[in-house]
Design a protein around this ligand. Sequence first.
Ligand code: UT7
Length: 330
Amino acid sequence: MIKKTTAAITAVGGFVPEDRLTNFDLEKMVDTNDEWIRTRTGISERRILKGEGLATSDMVVPAVKLLCEKRGISPEEIDCLIVATVTPDMVFPATANIACDKMGAKNAFGFDVSAACSGFLYSLTLGASMIESGRYKKVVVCGADKMSAITDYTDRNTCVLFGDAAAAVLLEPNHDGYGIQDSLLKSDGSGVAYLHMKAGGSLKPASVETVTSKQHFAFQDGQPVFKAAVKGMADVSAELLEKNNLTGDDIAWLVPHQANLRIIDATANRMGLSKEKVMINIQKYGNTTAATIPLCLWEWESQLKKGDNIVLAAFGGGFTWGATLVKWGS
Ligand code: UT7
């Protein structure tokens, strides 16, 4: 009997910049305070990529190189690199192309996926389909964002939230049923009003006016996003469990997008999960957009056991949201 091919996660790598931006640093920059930030978001500090000429690809490269080292392969063995990001090095070419060149992934093709905070889940589903098709043997999916590049550090509504990071997983064929099991992905473009960057695209190309009026920074109307995120992430996670005849008891870990501790708690409650089963590192890194979910996997990797059912869940700009069920296989 020919066994079905699934896409197993066979290695994880991550990278966080050294420089820390703490709540106390932010107190000196805008009218905010450590207590407000911690109680409203759960964040204490975030990492910032500092240095002339450093961009998102410079975080992708160490994350993917680490993953290759752990798996004992050369970057030349990678078939495809997908980079989920809203902070590409340039509008074009894709950050994935630039990163492949920098790391010597000479045989890979690569492209970027723009789905904001859900970008990693969208890319993971895409990468898994490529493996399941039988055409590709090693697909790397990386979530990476240099959010500091599009954050206005005079706007207290947004500058306390974001940080920089990258993390990646390697997908390989598996014939014992491990890896990506199912995915529910959603989007609703009417959410554009609440979370976007106003200029720099074809709608409003860069001009002196767009720069002086600070339109090249992330804009967020927090409350509507918060409400949609609580409902969206909890609903889709519950729907994924139901579709796969699972309950919270069957789940070893929830890996939620790290935008706000209150959104994470609401999702865990809805799934009937106790806090010990939820990966939370928002206090250390803030919201790193596409990087949050693989960054958690990287940090918790040593605690994951073969056969663990893991739910990855995200909500973000677009609106985009979704949940993916993984059976850990390495
Ligand atoms: O990852 C992409 C998806 N994004 C999200 O999921 C984020 C969703 N939204 C949120 O997490 C929350 O809405 C925020 C953390 C962004 C804001 O929290 P909130 O509880 O919704 O606060 P708010 O925007 O309703 O503001 C409450 C008050 C306001 O003052 P007034 O009008 O009540 O006097 C704000 O001006 O808090 C004020 N405020 C601050 N105060 C101190 C806003 N930002 C700050 C700040 N420090 N940094």
